[in-house]
Design a protein around this ligand. Structure first.
Ligand SMILES: NC(=O)c1ccc[n+]([C@@H]2O[C@H](COP(=O)([O-])OP(=O)(O)OC[C@H]3O[C@@H](n4cnc5c(N)ncnc54)[C@H](O)[C@@H]3O)[C@@H](O)[C@H]2O)c1
Length: 340
């Protein structure tokens, strides 16, 4: 368990950044949080409450800063916890202040549409540019983890993934405590791909629920959904076992079955007849499943992989196809020899 006090900088003060910052603080680390939104820092440091985590008290010892230089300075670990769309811009701002060989942990989930990079690939690219550190050690931390539960110390498991096993184990040690159990995996690509793609499937599960379909359809979408993600992952060189683990099926289950998930919630609204645009507005936050759709389709095409659920979700979200009609099309496909 974590007995050594570490200095940790958290970039991003959303629900996940703040839930992890509090956890790391109460487990004895020195934690400092930065946000791109100055007003957010003012509010968090004075109220000691996050608006989306009202039951969580921010410990007095947790420090805040508006300076990205300060949050990066003298830290054993830098935790990137901004939504996926802001990972590149945040890394660009942090670049001059990241130390050589610093351990960088990413918890954002997504694929960049233009480059098809995972989040740690974006970090490697952006921090590797001129003026940045000579080298960095990247770890993806991902699994079935709702911020709302970690915020109130409910038992949680997560995967620390990196080809650099020493870095993965260091992060395992830092994040482990009596309510957080951390596993390691060398297959960072499989872990990150799972985290990005499960949001698309969760959106589909939400749509199915919104249409009034039952547990049978939900179980089918989850099971066939992970089959699609695994099929793509294996074609991309990932380890098939990753998809059967916490960061794979584990994360898909937690996302597709919980009202904490904004992808699930947005899907339910769409299934009930709301337009995708209105569903996003109503959920009020980034719906990463929608953002991941173009990249998912592009990867499927590039690797010649069949992803019928992803394509159906895309037809509903981006092509205006009615949800019930889209599901009928999915059910009526020619039976073929898909992944067992
Ligand atoms: N919430 C969870 O339970 C959870 C769990 C695991 C992983 N994640 C992943 O963590 C990431 C963050 O999720 P979240 O739930 O904290 O999101 P969130 O919507 O709560 O994050 C909003 C935060 O993003 C930051 N932000 C806003 N605009 C910004 C900008 N222009 N530049 C930089 N930062 C900006 C601000 O700090 C803001 O509070 C996502 O990729 C998500 O998939 C979330």
């Amino acid at each position: 368990m974590n007995v050594t006090k570490r200095n940790i900088g958290v970039l991003g003060a959303g629900t996940w950044g703040m839930a992890l910052a509090r956890m790391l603080c109460v487990s004895g680390n020195d934690v400092q949080v930065w946000s791109a939104i100055e007003k957010e820092i003012d509010s968090l440091s004075s109220t000691r409450v996050h608006p989306n985590l009202p039951g969580m008290k921010v410990p007095d010892e947790l420090r805040f800063t508006k300076s990205i230089e300060e949050v990066c300075k003298d830290k054993d670990v830098l935790l990137f916890a901004v939504p996926s769309v802001f990972v590149r811009s945040t890394a660009a701002k942090a670049r001059p202040y990241v130390a050589d060989d610093q351990i960088i942990v990413d918890v954002a989930k997504g694929i960049e549409p233009d480059t098809l990079y995972t989040m740690t690939e974006i970090l490697a690219d952006e921090l590797g540019k001129e003026g940045g550190p000579k080298g960095i050690r990247l770890v993806a931390l991902s699994g079935p983890t709702h911020a709302e539960e970690v915020a109130v110390d409910l038992p949680t498991t997560i995967v620390s993934a990196s080809p650099d096993m020493e870095a993965a184990k260091f992060v395992q040690e830092v994040f482990s405590n009596s309510v957080m159990r951390v596993y390691t995996n060398e297959d960072i690509k499989g872990v990150e791909l799972s985290g990005a793609m499960k949001n698309v499937i969760a959106l589909g599960v939400g749509i199915s629920t919104g249409l009034g379909y039952g547990d049978n359809a939900r179980a089918a979408l989850i099971t066939r959904g992970i089959a699609e993600i695994a099929r793509l992952g294996v074609a991309m060189g990932c380890n098939v076992h990753t998809f059967a683990g916490l960061a794979g099926i584990g994360d898909l289950i937690v996302t597709a079955t919980s009202m904490h998930s904004r992808n699930n919630r947005a899907g339910i609204l769409i299934g009930k007849g709301e337009t995708p645009e209105n569903a996003v507005k109503e959920v009020g936050m980034v719906v990463e499943g929608m953002n991941a759709l173009p990249a998912a389709l592009e990867l499927a095409e590039q690797y010649q992989v069949d992803m019928p659920i992803v394509q159906t979700v895309n037809a509903i979200v981006n092509k205006g196809m009615g949800a019930a009609e889209a599901v009928r099309t999915l059910m009526d496909r020619d039976p073929k020899n898909e992944l067992k």
